[in-house]
Design a protein around this ligand. Sequence first.
Ligand code: SF4
Ligand SMILES: [Zn+2]
Ligand SMILES: [Zn+2]
Length: 302
Amino acid sequence: MVSCSICGKRACYHRRYSGQRFCAEHFVEYFEGKVKKTMLRYRMLARGERIGVAVSGGKDSLTLLRILSKLAEKLNLELRAILIDEGIANYRKETVERARRFCRELGIPLEVFSFKEHFAYTLDEMVKLSRRNACTFCGVFRRKLLNDAARELGCEKLATGHNLDDEVQAIVMNYLRGDLERLVRLGIDAGSEQLVPRIKPLMEMPEKEVALYALLSGIPASFDECPYAEQSFRTEVREMINRLEENNPGIKFSILRGYQKLLPYLKTYQAKALRNCKTCGEPSSGERCRACLLLEELSRAA
Ligand code: SF4
Ligand SMILES: [Zn+2]
Ligand SMILES: [Zn+2]
């Protein structure tokens, strides 16, 4: 029997890059402790803040909500769950229901903001109107709507459930595309007049660990995939990184650390190259931001 490095009981998880093994109880303890440490290290939270939590109904966001709700009383935090309904047939409805039930259980108010209501089209309609990939619209508009929602609800911070794998995939995708603007935006976001500061408490937790935590703590998360996921460049990048990790345990952390070392230099670039969008005022590398350009393209195509 493989035993837990802490108590000697049967282990359910082997953390390859550190050699530690955990039983269920010690895994949950380790996981929650490490998320708290990440939040302290990057000074993500302050006492008495109102935090918007982006919730999708998936394992990452519900795990984040559970951990923040455990901390809420101690830190006097006020939590607001924010759910973005992109308008994806046969996918979103069920996850919305699951998120609703979970928030009710935790006693956290949930607000739903939809693409249709804010941008006039559902994601399905946008895809029909244009030849662009669904993920292009989804990423740009979800980011914008989350920010608007957090601002409207008076939140001081916006927390998202991005895990280590999400972060590393985004870093590598942007390296491969040479997209400096998005590389800068991925970093710890200090916010600005127009942008609510973003925090990512799970950014150092591998996806596998988040899935195990969700399972062991009875989080009713969906493992359904978005029907558009297939066509994404991200899928190819994810597979490549997972192959690398298989043969080089810990490489995901190295990619994240390497990126963090580069970030101060990238920020110098941002200071020079970014201005405010003429239409909505948000930071942008051109005269107008991506969201405003895409909206105009859609209204021309309609
Ligand atoms: S895979 Fe689906 S949810 Fe994810 S960005 Fe693409 S369209 Fe949006
Ligand atoms: Zn143990
Ligand atoms: Zn704009």
